[in-house]
Design a binder for this molecule. Structure first.
Ligand code: ANZ
Ligand code: ZN
Length: 876
């Protein structure tokens, strides 16, 4: 018999599937759209190298796609490239290769690597966000936002490298705030930039989260926190002069706790608040200026972290508390952020922990105004009392519970003109401008007379010009290409200039899943018909690192395009699976902190440093080059084949959990596949032909209904149908691929034991089932074994074109009876046997039993009396 040689076999099937277009998306759905299924992986950045994280992601999606096809769904399973971004620019700078060429080379090599995994992807629908036939529509969609009033420009700060005279992306600024290239301390600079008004959809993006029942709870929570809706009030405090008389000027604070207004002991502005300079007194000016300089060098995290000291200075001016008339000092402090709320906070040290720490440090008053319900006043040893409670020292509001007091005080404020109710979001508008080359050009033209003019749709795409100097100084690389920048205004025809910013790459990835529904359309990004037929995506699979931004932006796009009538659904992704990391074994010298490559480790059983001999730390960590703990997918495929790699990844851990790479377990899966191969060797020897067997399920149920099967056959059929039932359940919703593969192993064990004694129909049913159940996991081997068992290799006879089996309830019933064993008429014991076992089987079972061995002392009986359903009497 031939040996299992996965490499040759796999590339042969990959070619066959490709040449027979087996994974092409069904063109037309006949009738019901409920029969369509959209399985989507988050598309990769074409770095050039496929890593295990990719492999895990795409294999999971592939199994889901394959199972759905077997279940009769019309499946869309596409792939593409998130192809704009910084690494291509870096490659260009470091190696002098055009970003577009570098990217296309990477795509070509990654596509080949992906194809070796045997993924059932429809490559006809492949897209790359950096190709103009795609980004033309990204530009078109941007213009939709502009037209809807959802895109606008304003000044915002960017990272500026004063030596290289260039804008830096956040990733190009290191932890110490220095440029990755020049090492210069990065400054903040204000530039006019483009924003998308995602805040206009904040409420919807939050309120629709509970609908996403197919998403992990954790992701929904992360999104909710990111959107961060706070309900409270804006309250106005009047500025007073040195004599305490009102100046007419007001400072407005945002608070979620208007119930604490009687406990305010100071007001505090963000150092960047526009009124700081105007309200600082001459005596405080030097101190205030020094403090502002200090704060401008701190990160947001440093400023707001709970465990960091809070610092501030009084600016000399006072304000009046509108609720009780008290005059309180005005401060600036690092813990107040300029771009949240109004950039001003009322300090209530008794009930806010940060205010408490601040007040203790600067000896500001701590006035308690809330007490815990039904208890004494709170002692402030442990810090502020931040929970709700009952009001005290609050004038006519005394005795009210916090919740009611919030409403009452906000109403009073509104009635008396010193405040209003306010809902505040943490979510900011989306800054999409990048002063980078390798991105999608923003399709507008700036004209001195007409202002911002959209590039007319028929002139799209605005192509990225080649030959930009990426190391050029002064803002955006595109700005230096004069011949590209200078154009005639589409409106008035006068000389005008192109926008030189490109888009955040998250723009490109916010709609790619829509384009797959209609990838070759040259008139529109997609038709409404195509997009509504395939979307929303039934199953989206990708990394948790995209839990917030990518998914939020994609949801935002979906809602805007729905409101523009371009599509007809509210949410883009019904089910979301965030797969765990792939971790590799990592060796680290605890003293030097250096990572040691596994090959260099001395004595792997008690690992030591090859140079110093020190004992190394051993643990599992996410695979990465710098830690020498990566495993190259290509090498695994070279050694074992893709099917083994797939089986291992699916078997080793449930998809959401982290997975520890383990060579021994890879080997174990390889051996399992070899066992399946040999199982089929046995069947081939018997010349079992599967081609005449149709669907497993209804047909086999009727087929076996009136047949009397041996105990061994019954056991085999029970194993077959148990596997169907269990694996079907494992693949419903939760995707327990690991337990599904265990079930396959169990089934193969039972088959190895009982096949030989099984009649051809029972054996065929077992093989047919085994291979269909195996097909999503190890698609090449399943196909090959199917062929070896006599299936016609034509496309429509592929194992992957079969139907998912249904369990036969009759086969699942474990009907046994207690068979009484007599020796010479005397009961000597009993035996559990299949209820419908025939005479011969019962006789055999009785003779093989330990009871018989014992009482007959190994001699054959002279006579055997069988009463089916009751007893066997052995007469020596
Ligand atoms: C007075 C107060 C009393 C507050 C109290 C809290 C507790 P969230 O839930 O995040 O919306 N705050 C407002 N604007 C701020 C800014 N720009 N920088 C830093 N802190 C700011 O938090 C709202 C609360 O955070 C507001 O309510 C305000 O402090 C503070 F017992 O006002 B509170
Ligand atoms: Zn003009």
């Amino acid at each position: 018999a031939p040996r299992y040689q996965p490499q040759a076999l796999e590339s042969r099937w990959q070619q066959h599937w490709e040449s027979t277009a087996q994974h092409r998306t069904p063109a037309k759905l006949d009738g019901s759209c409920g029969d369509s299924y959209y399985a989507l992986s988050m598309f990769p950045y074409p770095s050039g190298n496929l890593h295990m994280g990719h492999v895990r992601n795409y294999v999971i999606t592939d199994v889901i796609a394959r199972v759905q096809r077997l279940r009769g769904k019309q499946v869309l399973h596409p792939m593409g490239w998130d192809a704009f971004g910084l690494p291509a620019e870096n490659a260009a700078i470091e190696r002098g290769i055009e970003p577009g060429i570098w990217t296309d080379q990477n795509i070509a090599s990654m596509r080949e690597q992906l194809k070796r995994l045997g993924l059932s992807i429809d490559w006809d629908r492949e897209l790359a966000t950096c190709h103009s036939d795609y980004y033309r529509w990204t530009q078109w969609l941007f213009l939709q936002f502009l037209d809807a009033g959802l895109a606008y420009q304003r000044d915002a700060s960017v990272n500026w490298d004063p030596i290289d005279q260039t804008v830096l992306a956040n990733e190009q600024v290191d932890g110490e705030g220095r440029s990755w290239r020049s090492g210069a301390l990065v400054e903040k600079r204000k530039l006019r930039q483009w924003f998308l008004k995602i805040t206009a959809y904040a409420d919807q993006l939050l309120d629709d989260l509970p609908k996403l029942e197919g998403w992990p709870e954790r992701v929904r929570t992360m999104q909710a926190n990111w959107i961060g809706r706070s309900t409270g009030a804006e309250l106005h405090f009047e500025v007073v002069d040195s004599s305490g008389a009102g100046t007419g000027e007001q400072i407005t604070v945002f608070t979620t706790r208007p119930d604490t207004i009687f406990g305010v002991s100071y007001l505090v502005l963000a150092p960047e608040h526009p009124r700081v300079a105007g309200l600082t007194t001459a005596e405080q000016a030097v101190q205030v200026q020094a403090f502002c300089d200090l704060v401008s060098r701190q990160s947001e995290l440093e400023r707001t972290a709970d465990d960091k000291p809070k610092r501030g200075v009084p600016i000399g001016t006072r304000v009046r508390n509108p609720a009780n008339g008290a005059l309180i000092p005005l401060w600036i402090a690092d813990y107040v952020l300029a771009d949240y709320g109004t950039g001003a906070v009322m300090g209530v040290p008794a009930h806010d922990q940060r205010d408490f720490v601040f007040a203790r440090q600067y000896e500001l008053a701590v006035q308690q105004v809330i007490i815990p319900q039904g208890s004494d006043e709170h002692a402030f040893e442990g810090g502020a009392w931040t929970e709700a409670g009952v009001l005290i020292h609050s004038g006519c509001f005394d005795g009210l519970p916090s919740g009611e007091a919030k409403r009452a005080i906000t109403e009073a404020a509104a009635g008396q003109g010193w405040g209003n109710a306010k809902v505040q979001f943490r979510l900011r508008d989306w800054l999409i401008s990048r002063q980078r080359y390798w991105g999608c050009p923003i399709p507008v033209i700036h004209c001195e007379s007409c202002g911002v003019v959209p590039v007319p749709a028929e002139q799209l795409p605005v192509e990225l010009p080649v030959g930009a100097n990426l190391e050029g100084k002064g803002g955006s690389p595109l700005a230096q290409l004069e011949s590209w920048v200078n154009v005639d205004c589409p409106c008035c025809g006068k000389a005008a200039k192109r926008e030189t910013d490109t888009m955040d790459t998250f723009m490109c990835s916010s709609w790619y899943f829509l384009r797959y529904s209609d990838p070759h359309n040259t008139d529109l990004p997609f038709t409404r018909e195509a997009v509504d037929r395939w979307l929303p995506v039934d199953q989206y699979v990708g990394g948790i690192e995209h839990a917030i931004l990518h998914l939020l932006y994609a949801r935002f796009f979906t809602k805007v395009l729905r409101d523009r009538g371009l599509l007809g659904f509210d949410e883009p992704f019904i089910h979301l699976l965030t797969q765990g990391m792939v971790q590799g074994i990592t060796y680290k010298n605890p003293h030097s902190g250096k990572y040691i490559a596994p090959g260099d480790v001395v004595d792997p059983s008690a690992p030591r440093d090859p140079i110093s001999g020190e004992v190394l730390e051993t643990f599992y960590e996410k695979m990465s080059k710098s830690k020498y703990n990566g495993v190259d997918p290509a090498q695994v495929i070279d050694k074992y084949g893709a099917d083994t790699a797939r089986m291992f990844i699916l078997f080793k851990a449930p998809p959401e959990k982290d997975l520890e790479w383990d060579d021994a377990d890879v080997e174990g899966q390889f051996r399992f596949l070899q066992r399946l191969w040999r199982l089929v060797d046995g069947a081939c020897a018997r010349d079992l032909q599967l081609s005449d067997l149709g669907r497993v399920g209804e047909q086999s149920a009727t087929q076996f209904a009136n047949t009397t099967l041996t105990a061994s056959e019954l056991e085999l059929r029970r194993a077959v149908h148990t596997a169907i039932a269990e694996i079907s359940e494992d693949l419903d919703g939760e995707y327990q691929f690991n337990t599904a593969i265990s079930e396959l192993m169990k089934l193969s064990n039972v088959m190895a034991e009982h096949l030989e004694a099984a009649s051809a129909p029972v054996a065929k049913e077992a093989f047919h089932t085994l291979l269909v159940l195996l097909a999503p996991f190890a698609p090449h081997l399943a196909e090959e074994l199917w062929l070896r068992l006599g299936a016609n290799p034509d496309n429509n006879c592929s194992i992957h074109a079969q139907s998912w089996p249904q369990p036969d309830p009759a086969a699942l019933v474990r009907e046994t009876i207690d068979l009484v064993i007599q020796v010479k008429g005397k009961m000597r014991g009993s035996l559990a046997v299949p209820a419908n076992a025939d005479k011969a089987t019962l006789e055999q079972l009785a003779l093989n039993s330990e009871i018989a061995q014992k009482w007959l002392e190994g001699k054959p009986p002279s006579r055997v009396i069988v009463v089916p359903g009751k007893l066997v009497n052995l007469v020596p």
